[in-house]
Design a protein around this ligand. Structure first.
Ligand code: HEM
Length: 494
């Protein structure tokens, strides 16, 4: 581990000072700090020693870690273009049709257009389909829960499959693949994400020598990538065959139309050229909506169930609120969120305590810049520690406690919301924030309206200690999902 030195005013910013950081990093459990198994917690610990912004040495590189909401907002929002890059990654390039990924792509003109197109397609689909899709998917989820007849079950898989179906319905509209194909792509995506998180795969980025002898994990990862790409290609082809210029049926149609428009305008082809948008960009944008849209939202829903098992009075409060505001007949839709403050506050508190992407995705500075008076050179990897920002004692009172009421009681609840950054902020903020928030609200509202969540045996409560990867998950647990009253009529599935 190298000793870190400072660069006073390295980029001509007179008066700027070197970033603090551990001069000689201790080995933690035999591992360098960046490989700590509970990295967000460990980085938070370091912030207590070194302040909200510090740097670490990882391999040959400096990594700057932001641990407070102010430093995160200042970097990613106020200086958004300085911090909008992504570090290059051998593995990401290998599995993204040669570096056409949306989430991991660097801040280039081609990437900006890719994000704009994906954003426009998702926003349009949300405008047209959000309520019916979420209503149908939430009803289907409740039907699955009903079928358990009160047995103790692990609901994480149900959430994961249902969130994948939601993104399938949004992306493919009336041409949504059948249940078996949706399950196959769900299983492929979850396996792919798990393999990608494996040490043997991650190490390929840091240790090029390992690339000579691909591990079993990498071979399995590439197999899943081939399956994923065949699936996405088949969906795009089906859409292309029946595409009508005057109407876009769903997100794929919309993105294909925008691609055609760019081609017509002479902007297609070279992805590095201003305005370059390629079919690979559309393909990988779809892939990222599936990856981003499945495991994160499902993990958050699972965390909400775990916290509610620990806090049955909050469940009862939300059920009472749903009955009082909407009556027994009407299930909630996202438009009801301001009328259901306890449900909304419970979701905010779950997002605060377990921001499911706790370290966001790594950013990279696109030019020499500065933050809170510190110099940060171009090309530095920057990690926004959202978990630390949500556990900052200077911002939140009793930050370790689950207290949804903090979002109701705050002198200014909007201030509490401002300090909440689970979707990050700025140019690389989560593209699916609206969909995720709506899905969590509608799914949880449907479930808590109809069911009481109980542990499998008195006192058998789930562990709340996170399993940390790119996504922070709740350790597997079982729950009894018990109908609160007579079963409603089976829903009509569209
Ligand atoms: C990126 C959080 C759900 C699509 C991100 C980032 C975070 C995040 C923290 C990284 C932002 C950064 O690098 O600064 C979450 C959480 C979710 C969620 C907490 C649910 C609870 C979704 C959904 C979708 C989605 C439902 C898609 C439908 C994406 C995409 C990116 C992203 C495409 C990459 C954006 C870019 O690099 O420009 N998300 N996300 N996410 N998310 Fe989400």
């Amino acid at each position: 581990l190298a000793v870190l030195g400072g660069r006073r005013g390295a980029c001509g910013g007179g008066g700027l000072s070197a970033l603090p950081g551990p001069w000689a990093l201790p080995l933690v459990g035999g591992l360098p700090p960046m490989l700590h198994p509970e990295l967000p917690l460990h980085l938070l610990e370091l912030a207590r020693r070194y302040g909200p912004v510090y740097r670490l040495r990882f391999g040959a590189k400096d990594v700057v870690v932001l641990n407070s909401v102010d430093s995160i907002r200042q970097a990613l929002t106020q200086k958004w273009s300085d911090f909008a890059g992504r570090p290059s990654s051998f593995v990401a390039d290998l599995i993204s049709l040669g570096g056409h990924d949306l989430s991991l792509g660097d801040f280039t003109p081609g990437w900006r257009l890719q994000r704009k197109v994906a954003h426009s397609a998702l926003a349009r689909a949300q405008r047209l389909q959000l309520d019916p899709v979420l209503g149908a998917q939430a009803a289907a989820l409740c039907q699955v829960f009903r079928s358990y007849g009160g047995a103790a079950v692990d609901v994480a898989q149900d959430f994961s499959l249902q969130t994948c179906r939601t993104i399938c319905a949004m992306a493919f509209g009336p041409m949504m693949p059948d249940a078996a194909a949706t399950r196959d792509i769900h299983d492929c995506i979850t396996e792919l994400v798990a393999l990608w998180g494996r040490g043997a795969v991650r190490a390929l980025d840091a240790l090029p020598l390992l690339r000579v002898f691909p591990s079993g994990a990498l071979r399995r990862l590439l197999r899943q990538v081939r399956f994923r790409d065949a699936f996405v290609r088949a969906q795009i082809q089906r859409h292309q065959e029946s595409l009508r210029p005057e109407c876009a049926r769903d997100m794929v149609d919309h993105m294909l139309q925008l691609l055609e428009e760019r081609r017509g305008a002479g902007g297609g082809g070279d992805p590095t050229a201003e305005g370059g948008l390629t079919p690979e960009h559309v393909h990988m944008a779809l892939v990222d909506l599936f990856i981003g849209g499945t495991e994160t939202t499902a993990a958050l829903l699972t965390w909400a169930v775990a916290f509610l098992l620990h806090h049955p009075q909050v469940q009862d409060g939300i059920h009472a609120e749903l009955q009082r505001v909407l009556g027994p007949e009407r299930p909630p839709s996202y438009g009801d969120r301001d009328r259901l403050p306890l449900l909304s506050a419970t979701i905010s508190e779950t997002l605060r305590l377990r921001p499911v992407a706790p370290l966001a995705l790594p950013h990279r500075t696109t030019r020499d810049t500065s933050l809170l008076g510190f110099t940060i050179p171009k090309g530095t990897t920057v990690i926004p520690n959202l978990f630390a920002a949500h556990h900052d004692k200077g911002t939140w009172s009793r930050p370790l406690e689950f207290r949804p009421e903090r979002f109701l009681e705050a002198d200014d609840p909007r201030l509490a919301q401002r300090n909440l950054v689970p979707f990050s902020c700025g140019a690389r903020a989560c593209l699916g924030e609206t969909l995720a928030r709506a899905e969590i609200f509608v799914f949880l509202g449907h479930v808590l309206r109809e069911f009481r969540l109980e542990p499998p045996a008195p006192g058998a409560l789930p562990s709340l200690r996170g399993l940390y990867g790119t996504v922070v998950r709740c350790p597997p647990f079982r729950v009894r999902v018990l109908p609160r009253g007579p079963l409603p009529e089976p829903p009509v599935t569209p």
